[in-house]
Design a protein around this ligand. Structure first.
Ligand SMILES: C[S@@+](CC[C@H](N)C(=O)[O-])C[C@H]1O[C@@H](n2cnc3c(N)ncnc32)[C@H](O)[C@@H]1O
Length: 393
């Protein structure tokens, strides 16, 4: 097949990213213009079919060369693996599945690389190689010997390594659990994660030089939204401090993916220790910042809306590790909240959300984070109700 040269598309991509404010420096612009994204998508992509919730496999050869280039340079994340094993070249018909690897939307990739604030000669670790596209951008910017990329899935890692070689980058791709970093290539000046984590592994702090930066999406509850991009600076005393610099959403680190709630939820919430009313609607959890706060206040809780046979709607929050639940249902103007188990989940969430409302509902970038070997401490301003310590024991 006659493959088009994509230099014009890369330049157009760089122009769009610059206009949107994601691409801010000459050096990253040169990388975006130089690295062909199609090199990293040779086994195709799964495109979502909104109508039926299925994923449609598209291969470089199954559409016209021009259509393929349009897909490759579209402003979207391109899913390359479902359910930890399935690639687009293995199926013909649309399939159901859960995305487990992708080429992240360039706006996010480039925005994060700019936020990483790298300088020439720095040694960078990337957690979550995926297709290898973001790795290639870093290799272009810093040189292949200064980039170590860790991917947990051996097949994904092999494909990325192959694509990187073909693109001219013999970099350090490592198959392994990125939550453990890579001691052989440490210390790093910068560490960037393109999968979400429940907490910043202390190993990352240990493997980053004092003054170095860690950039990763955190969500203590592993919700798919209500997560934030943490930018931390490692200090001489072995702690890391910084803040959440914006909203961010990534697929969770493999070992940390939440198991969906299942079974008879009403039966699991049958015996409550307390019952009261609340004016705070559980619908607040659909919003990004309250969802982030909920994860800080009740880090083990998962939530689900359910509708019973008689049409009655209930919002459940379960902390399965601590055998606790909260169940909220509408009763007139207010909500009835029933709670069971040692953790009063809704009490904790309600206290956090109402305290946050009282201080003017700041966005996620008001959240500060300190990581030590023993704990993560999140805070907003000096309000003691807006301070959460998650201990690692
Ligand atoms: C969103 S994709 C990465 C996108 C990639 N940086 C790119 O631009 O193409 C996330 C990747 O993280 C990988 N991953 C998940 N958990 C991991 C872990 N614990 N260690 C290393 N990689 C992990 C997944 O297998 C997946 O390939």
């Amino acid at each position: 097949m006659n493959r088009p040269d994509t230099a014009p598309e890369r330049e157009a991509l760089a122009d769009r990213l610059a206009a949107q404010g994601h691409l801010r420096s000459r050096a990253w612009r040169a990388a975006v213009e130089a690295v062909p994204r199609e090199h990293f998508l040779s086994t195709g992509v799964f495109l979502p079919d909104e109508a039926n919730g299925l994923w449609r496999p598209v291969l470089p050869g199954s559409v016209s060369p021009q259509e393929w280039v349009e897909i490759v340079y579209s402003d979207q994340s391109l899913v390359t693996q479902l359910d930890g094993c399935l690639t687009p070249d293995q199926v013909i018909e649309p399939v159901r599945g859960f995305p487990t690897s992708s080429s992240t939307v360039p706006a996010t990739v480039v925005g994060m690389l700019e936020d990483l604030d790298v300088h020439d000669g720095q040694n960078v670790a990337e957690i979550g190689t995926g297709t290898g596209y973001s790795t290639a951008l870093m290799c272009h910017r810093l040189g292949e010997d200064n980039v170590t990329s860790i991917e947990v899935d051996a097949e994904v890692a092999a494909r990325a390594d192959d694509a990187l070689e073909k693109a001219g980058f013999s970099t350090w791709t490592v198959t392994g659990d990125g939550l453990l970093g890579n001691p052989r290539r440490a210390p790093f000046d910068r560490l960037i994660a393109t999968c979400a984590v429940r907490r910043i592994p202390y190993t990352w702090v240990r493997q980053t030089r004092p003054g170095g930066v860690i950039l990763a999406t955190v969500g203590p509850g592993a919700w798919s939204y209500g997560t934030g991009l943490a930018k931390l600076t490692v200090r001489e005393d072995g702690t890391a401090q910084g803040q959440i610099i914006g909203r961010s959403s990534f697929m969770p680190a493999r070992a940390e993916a939440a198991v969906p709630l299942s079974g008879d939820l009403a039966a699991r919430a049958a015996y409550a220790d307390t019952e009261r009313t609340t004016a705070l609607s559980p619908a607040v959890l659909e919003q990004w910042m309250p969802a982030f706060l909920a994860q800080l206040a009740a880090p083990g809780a998962q939530f689900v809306h359910a509708r019973s046979g008689d049409g009655r709607e209930t919002t459940y929050l379960f902390d399965t590790h601590r055998e606790s639940f909260a169940a909220l249902s509408k009763g007139g103007e207010l909500w009835t909240v029933r709670q069971g188990g040692p953790i009063a989940i809704w009490d904790a969430i309600e206290a956090a959300v109402t305290a946050w409302q009282r201080v003017g509902e700041p966005d996620v970038d008001a959240v500060r984070l300190t990581v030590t070997a023993k704990a993560h401490t999140y805070s907003i301003g000096g309000n003691p109700t807006l301070r959460w310590e998650h201990r690692i024991d």
